[in-house]
Design a protein around this ligand. Sequence first.
Ligand code: HEM
Length: 396
Amino acid sequence: PSASPSDVMDDTGLEGAEPGSGWAEPGGEAARVAVSSPVGTDTVPFHGPRQAGVDTPAQTHALFLALDLEPGTDRERIGRLLRLLSDDAARLTQGRATLADTEPELAAAPARLTVTFGFGPELVRRVKPTAVPEWLGPLPAFPEIDRLEARFSGGDLLLQICGDDRVSVAHARRMLLKVARPFAGLRWSQEGFRSARGAHPTGTTMRNLFGQVDGTANPAAETPHLDRVVWGVGAEQVGISPWITDGTSLVLRRIDMLMDTWDELDRPAKEKTIGRTLGTGAPLTGEAEGDAPDFAALGPAGFPVIPEDSHLARARMDVPEYGMLRRGYNYDDGPTGAGLLFAAYQADVERQFVPVQRRLAESDRLNIWTRPVGSAVFAIPPGCAEGGFVGDVLFA
Ligand code: HEM
């Protein structure tokens, strides 16, 4: 029977999109599935000195899974778990089925799937107690703003699964949790999204659900600045202590955004809250998104054009070398609310993240419409070579 229009995949709208074919091999048997190129067939390398999914251009979907180790999962069993997970992640991200895959067809279109591993303090402690960084643990409390819930916080092992196709993300989640089950149980699962791949020109800064252009001040890709801020390259000179070569950290904050009261503001009030325009994301003192904000500029009434308590003025780094890479994802869970999975990567949580969060907790106009409900910190170990596994450096 011929396929009805609803069975046919949507055109991706990307220039040059061509149907190709992918195949996934469970135990050597090929499952042929038509896959569209480049969206479906695109892959991000799994092996390498640094893990993918940190400075990889953000994919459309993200699933953050936090697991807790079983009491009996000791150093040796953690090593086995990480090897199994790494082997499966290496296959899935390259469009290949895992060894135990019962539905290999679902692995055929990886669509830039990445799996990034993060370690909570308990995992590092069980493997190598001397390697636990000082900053690895819950953030200091921010009582002015925090309304944290255990169901969105903490965890021993993070699996951050990102991809442009929600189906391959779901499949990866299922395969990885299956292999982890004897060693660790799921603590929480949080899901986020951005605009679909191809919806906006490549390189467009994302928008959050308030409509704001979000991510403008991030360190630019493939620059020494990003290397220092995220991976700690040469950072010792400015007092940043990288956890481990080619590793970094993730602070994940689940922040509810209070849409109903936000919408009581008019557009100028919304723009003053951030210090940037909604249209282009330009600072209120500039024309284009990339223009440098002028905090000294005064309006006709003698007040700063960019309010001193705006998010932009308060979040600004005092030391430009510090910084963080924000790679957030929106969530929109209907009755339980909408918001931002605020994900920030930096070499040193204490030096780079905490001072900014402390300043924002003390004063930030945006706080009226945002509410942190989850918080977790993970050490992101280096990547691994073929034949190795993520975290193997800790076992050396
Ligand atoms: C900048 C939104 C939470 C740190 C911005 C900008 C927006 C924004 C629209 C301006 C454009 C840009 O550079 O990205 C939000 C929203 C939040 C939130 C909606 C909560 C739901 C946070 C948190 C932190 C943070 C929790 C860190 C603790 C920053 C930094 C900048 C920034 C460092 C760049 C400031 C600069 O220009 O140097 N944020 N943000 N934000 N935000 Fe946030």
